[in-house]
Design a protein around this ligand. Structure first.
Ligand code: NAG
Ligand code: NAG
Ligand code: NAG
Ligand code: NAG
Ligand code: NAG
Ligand code: ZN
Length: 444
């Protein structure tokens, strides 16, 4: 549309993100972890995230620009976000979380060979409990990898794109709603498919602003990749705050998932089967026949655990691969449900909404005044806080990029002492809220 002439950079990056997507995806074992986490980790009313995207009730006096307008697009980064332009509230919230010990000090990974699995400095095992990298199939407790028995958690990555209308038509014709893990700059470039996805009752989740390998980024760059995508979705959907995100290439670790969760209230969704459908349009990539064979194996196989299959709305071919498999999903008795709704265990895919599919959000949850009043008795200690990971070593490592499944399994165990210690970490809420509220004064 009109925007295309205004945003050539966004289009270029969008195409580039698409063509690079998941090039280094690895195969992985189908491990048994049946239950999805409960949604108890999330505290809808007192989570500090509600201060970061301040918005009053319906009549907040702000005229939001039309989704797709040039005014709307101009308020967001046109490519990789500049961390010197981060809203102060986000940085303050990050610094508070780091200072409170909520963000594990995992070194930033590096990529000596572009588009291959990131590596960590010598001495850091990516499958071990100090790093727990999703690229290496290490499962951070609370991250979602499996669906409940008998369910397929449906979701599509990398949209919206020119392939989205066909997918949306198909889903509408079959009365299905799914989760769309969307890329921020793709929302800017394909606003009509974004809005249609929302209006059809699909769930919108975060797939970052420009689709980088997230573990290679500093804390501030992670903050920007997640925050701008969340802000765009929030300001373009009547105030919805996504509850879920999916890391590009599955590349997250303890540090990155903690920033998503502790600063922005988002839980991480991965997958347990991969069609590699992103490569259908690549030379030497997979084929429709290969996807058909994989899908047939999965869909006629065990229903324990249920399936979360990595699929993309990236090309007509990837959409067609899903359309081909859909009748086989149904004929084999699978229950299909949007993966975000499965993960939310009967609640909404949004942090500030209760209803499923009906789309109503609860403005009161993000009224700054109300929360501030509730917390007004809280002290605001002045603490010098600093980010620890952004300057961590990015020295290259000689360790193999081959996942070690045996060590990954031990990292999987949520009674692992390092994880228990991590999850036991508690922080004085007064410190967090004090700093957040101070930050809000700056932001708003
Ligand atoms: C999003 O909306 C808020 C008000 O709710 C406004 O303060 C902010 O500037 C908007 N952000 C962008 C990037 O348009
Ligand atoms: C569509 O799906 C919803 C939710 O699964 C169901 O309640 C409704 O009856 C379905 N409608 C049609 C026409 O099949
Ligand atoms: C595989 O292809 C065959 C032949 O076209 C078709 O009948 C079948 O439904 C396909 N299965 C899947 C899972 O795509
Ligand atoms: C949305 O769904 C929730 C529960 O699923 C229900 O309580 C609420 O009344 C619904 N809202 C609308 C507007 O339908
Ligand atoms: C998890 O680790 C504990 C202690 O090391 C062990 O007793 C338990 O059997 C393990 N559980 C699983 C599911 O591996
Ligand atoms: Zn992706």
């Amino acid at each position: 549309m009109l925007l295309s002439s205004l945003l050539p950079a966004a289009f270029f990056l969008s195409a580039s993100a698409a063509s690079l997507t998941h090039r280094s995806a690895t195969h992985h074992e189908h491990r048994i972890l049946q239950r999805l986490p409960s949604n108890e980790w999330f505290h809808p009313r007192d989570h500090p995230v509600h201060h970061l995207f301040g918005r009053d009730a319906d009549t907040d006096g702000i005229t939001y620009p039309d989704v797709g307008s040039s005014t709307w697009a101009a308020a967001y980064p046109s490519s990789t976000p500049d961390t010197s332009q981060l809203p102060a509230a986000w940085t303050a919230a990050l610094n508070t979380a780091v200072g409170a010990g909520k963000i594990p000090n995992v070194p930033v990974s590096s990529q000596p060979v572009p588009d291959t699995n990131p590596v960590y400095p010598d001495g850091y095992d990516p499958t071990g409990p100090d790093v727990c990298s999703g690229t290496y199939k290490c499962r951070i407790p609370g991250n979602v990898w499996d669906a409940p028995d008998g369910f397929i958690g449906t979701g599509f990555d990398d949209g919206p794109t020119s392939a989205s209308p066909a997918l949306l038509d198909f889903l509408e014709a079959n009365n299905e709603t799914v989760t769309h893990f969307m890329i921020g700059i793709n929302i800017i470039s394909e606003p009509d498919s974004f809005t249609r996805s929302v209006e059809l009752g699909h769930d919108i989740a975060v797939h970052t602003w420009t689709h980088p390998y997230m573990t290679t980024l500093s804390n501030e760059d992670v903050l920007a990749q997640l925050g701008w995508t969340m802000q765009l979705i929030h300001n373009s959907t009547g105030g919805r705050l996504p509850k879920y995100w999916r890391p590009p290439y599955g590349d997250t670790d303890l540090r990155v998932s903690a920033i998503a969760k502790e600063v922005f209230g988002m839980e991480t969704i991965l997958w347990n089967q991969d069609t590699e459908d992103w490569s259908l349009t690549e030379t030497g990539g997979t084929t429709a026949a290969a996807i058909n064979a994989s899908m047939t194996t999965w869909l006629t196989g065990s229903k324990t655990p249920g399936l979360i299959i990595l699929e993309h709305e990236l090309s007509d071919e990837s959409v067609q691969a899903f359309e081909a498999a859909y009748p086989v999903m149904k004929s084999n008795g699978w229950n299909l449900q949007s993966v975000a709704q499965l993960a939310a265990a009967g609640q909404s895919a949004y942090q500030n909404a209760i209803g499923i599919n009906n789309g109503s959000v609860t403005p009161a949850d993000i009224i700054i005044g109300e929360i501030s009043a509730t917390l007004s008795a809280t002290s605001s200690p002045t603490t010098t806080l600093s980010s620890t990971s952004s300057s961590a070593s990015t020295k290259t490592s000689s360790q193999s990029a081959t996942p070690s499944q045996s060590t990954a399994s031990s990292a999987d165990n949520s009674s692992n002492s390092a994880f228990s210690a991590w999850s036991r970490l508690s922080v004085g809420k007064s410190v967090v809220y004090g700093a957040i509220i101070s930050a809000c004064v700056i932001f708003l």
